[in-house]
Design a protein around this ligand. Structure first.
Ligand SMILES: Nc1ncnc2c1ncn2[C@@H]1O[C@H](COP(=O)(O)OP(=O)(O)OP(=O)(O)O)[C@@H](O)[C@H]1O
Ligand code: SF4
Ligand SMILES: [Mg+2]
Length: 335
């Protein structure tokens, strides 16, 4: 693939969290492999959806891409309009460039905004920190983006507590976009919101993507949200990427048994009114993963080799990759 077509290229990304006995300074007992050898790419201007059950590593992956976590291993390259960044080997200037161009929108609009800062200071902070603008110029830029995300200039002097959940998430979106990034990692940006507000925010994100030519990495456990937002979808299980494909291909012709299981799962409405992904079978214990394919204890297609050998990621079609031993043996069901 031409590097002009892609904005993010990730190879063999790992994030292992050490598990220590007796607190922070205890002995390392083992590792939680939250992200384990994940390889994928994001094309310029597209939305790639990341889906999977709770604990499969979606947030950790997003945080590694945004440099909020330092990866344990792997090769991450960001192809910006002004040149390529090799994320593991950046100098100070390049790190600054990275931070300007890769931004994150967080799940919890309550916890992610500093209650003691005004909207002007929350949204304007990255302009200040990155020496882009200050004073009146900063206020003007913040005013523009705030209106773009559906808030008012009068809101600039207010504090987060005076806003609803949906409005707070708009502040979080304005904060990410004010600095004019090229890639945005959105981690469950609507799952803390009432269902009635979710569609408004999702549509807003789509409009902003068009207006600013953004590329999105969009994390969610909610298959209908992923389906609505994504051009391509990647499915994670126990820290591994198990399938990645263009949206319609993944939904109609899945090739991984876990994707099939996800698509068959009945969404349950939680107390907040949002859909929670409920898939049959025991979720994996990351501290005690099975040998071979990590999905084998839950897989109805598992055969002997699956209990011994971990499958590798194989390309099976255009933009379609799968990690499974039984690729051509079964016809899997989509939606
Ligand atoms: N800072 C951390 N230290 C230790 N373990 C962590 C840390 N962050 C995440 N983990 C572990 O890594 C695994 C993956 O967590 P992660 O939050 O990435 O999952 P997720 O797919 O985002 O789940 P959810 O849908 O619940 O948000 C989990 O087992 C989690 O407990
Ligand atoms: S490798 Fe085997 S156990 Fe794993 S998903 Fe494929 S068929 Fe199932
Ligand atoms: Mg998460």
């Amino acid at each position: 693939m031409n590097s002009q077509d892609i904005i993010l290229d990730v190879k063999g990304l790992k994030k292992y969290f050490p598990l220590k006995s007796g607190g922070l300074f205890g002995k390392v007992q083992g590792y939680i492999k939250a992200v384990d050898d994940v390889t994928f790419y994001v094309k310029r201007g597209e939305t790639i959806g990341v889906v999977g059950e709770s604990g499969c590593g979606k947030t950790t992956l997003g945080r590694c891409i945004s440099l909020l976590y330092e990866p344990t291993a792997g090769d991450v390259k960001v192809y910006l309009d002004e040149g390529v960044l090799d994320v593991g080997n950046m100098n100070k200037e390049e790190t600054k460039k990275f931070r300007r161009n890769v931004q994150m929108i967080f799940q919890d609009p309550y916890a992610s905004l500093n209650p003691r800062m005004t909207v002007l200071n929350i949204v304007g902070e990255s302009l200040l920190v990155n020496d882009v603008a200050k004073g009146d110029e900063m206020e003007q830029m913040v005013g523009q983006i705030v209106q773009k995300v559906g808030l008012k200039v009068e809101h600039l002097r207010r504090y987060p507590h005076s806003f609803s959940g949906g409005q707070r998430q708009r502040i979080g979106i304005a904060r990410a976009l004010v600095i004019n990034p090229q890639l945005v990692v959105a981690d469950e940006p609507v799952s803390a919101l009432d269902v009635s507000i979710q569609a408004q925010i999702l549509n807003q994100l789509k409009d902003l993507q068009k207006d600013f030519g953004l590329s999105y990495m969009f994390v969610s456990h909610n298959m209908s949200v992923i389906r609505y937002m994504s051009d391509r979808i990647m499915v994670m299980y126990a820290g591994k990427l198990v399938e990645m494909a263009p949206r319609e291909v993944l939904l109609n012709h899945p090739r991984h048994p876990y994707t099939e299981l996800l698509l068959s799962a009945v969404p349950r409405v939680s107390r907040r009114g949002s859909f929670r992904l409920v898939t049959p079978g025991e979720p994996p214990d990351l501290l005690n993963l099975p040998q071979g394919c990590v999905f084998n204890p839950r897989c109805k297609y598992a055969k002997e080799v699956c209990k011994e050998v971990a499958p590798s990621l194989v390309q099976v079609g255009p933009d379609h990759f799968v990690r499974c031993h039984t690729l051509d043996e079964f016809e899997l069901k989509g939606i």
